[in-house]
Design a protein around this ligand. Sequence first.
Ligand code: AMP
Ligand code: MG
Length: 333
Amino acid sequence: MKKLCGIALIALFLLSGCENVNNTEYSSTFFAMNTFAEVTAYGNDAEAACSEIQDSVAEMERLWSVTDENSEIFELNHGKRSKVSPMTANIVSFALEQARKTGGALDPTIYPVLAAWGFTTDENRVPSAEEISELLKLVGYEKVAVSGNEITLEEGMMLDLGAVAKGYATARAAEILSKHGVKSALVNFGGNVLAYGSKPDGSDWKIGVKDPADDGIVGILSISDKTAVTSGKYKRFFTAPDGTVYGHIIDPKTGYPADNDLLSATIIASDGALCDAMSTAIFVMGKNSAEGFWRAVGGFDMILITKDGEIIITEGIEKDFRLTGDLRLSVIR
Ligand code: AMP
Ligand code: MG
């Protein structure tokens, strides 16, 4: 499997590693949940905030890893527990709610199919159509029962929080920054970018939206107090012997990697967890369904980049997005 180092959203800001630049700015970088995280915060308590954010992400990874045999999700997936911590029950409930909302485009029970494609072990393969249709019988968010901190899965069903965990972590990072009195911070968690407050000089944070077909960026997003999250197959994929490229986002209706008219979907909203859930779901939906969903349900802005070189943005970010490349831009209202 190939993982690209370039991340989907690039904070246009120089990060200085783990050092105190002065009393008010503190930056740290660390690796967790299979991705790099960069945090820069301003305030007297910035260092403590950065360190608490790192601890909170480490805790989430400990609870939700699908491969760590001691994680709550691993134990749940292997019939070794049903009672989980409040935070795990909370994210599972959130993921199931988003699954209902998106008609199953996002489905946290996709794990058996995802595992068959090898996306969890780096040993990619193309499963047979029969294998996929058998495994799809184990997929279905509506079959998961949650009662308080008790989660019941049907025999063989397994959960994967990969589509929502990083966004949940950035939402928690915002709470930690607030608790420490930080007014201004930028958190980039593997392409989940939290622009907390505005820049110390009062202007918006500038976020580069990566060109999914190339190395550069397609435009710059100016945001404050919002999170932006991108999903796309270019972030993690493998090439089969026949040359077909398969991405890590599965369409739960078919059991095959989503392959539609979209190259990437970026979601912008106040709630980082919602952004992450929606970015995966919107990527699965494809352009037309995504536009229909945005009109019918909404609650977020989006930037869709299509295979035929179009970039579609929603009206809420029209003034905040500046095109830098030569894609055709259209705005939906
Ligand atoms: P993201 O990068 O947020 O779009 O999340 C992609 C990750 O979510 C994948 O690497 C899988 O772990 C998981 N995943 C893939 N397809 C789906 C899906 N349709 N619903 C929920 N999770 C998915
Ligand atoms: Mg996601």
